[in-house]
Ligand binder design. Sequence first.
Ligand SMILES: [Fe+2]
Length: 197
Amino acid sequence: MAYEEKKFNLPDLIDISKESVIAHLGLYAGYVKNCNALMSLEKELRGDAASNTHALAEVVRRFAFEFDGMRMHEYYFQQWEEGANALDGAGALGSALIQQFGSIVEFEKQLRSVGMMRGVGWAVLFFDPASSLFHIVWVGEHMQGHLAGVPIICGLDVWEHAYIAQFGAGGRNAYIDAFFKNLNWKVMEKRFSAAIK
Ligand SMILES: [Fe+2]
């Protein structure tokens, strides 16, 4: 049993270079590879768990980083598949966002502001069907701060690797502009429909 690297149907992106997408996809492939490597290493170490306690603890801790690195990048690249499509303000997701945030503009402003927080991580829009509430959350690295069992609607990667080669160290804001320009909101609308089923 192993994870497989997904292929994404990405168009030429607006304001995001092909080179930076290729490099970023290479990092994603590394998370998939490391996930598989950690699973087989754990199996091997469990053969003599008593002698391998410390090595096992490191492998177990490391797994969430590699797994969430893999999964978060799948959410991320899927959001650009098939090309940009505007959010339908009258659709289920658009209406729910407007109801909670007052407007789409205000929602984007809040997602951006979390995306501009200092540190390495992600700005993530979750929707909790149990309360019918969206939460915009800072996910540190790839795995810290997730809301247990709450579906992810949209993930904005703000690790420096996502933008520094093209936009420079101070280019996070310009990168976030480009991130929004390329979003295919149909993908997020589908995630929202699945969340409220
Ligand atoms: Fe990334």
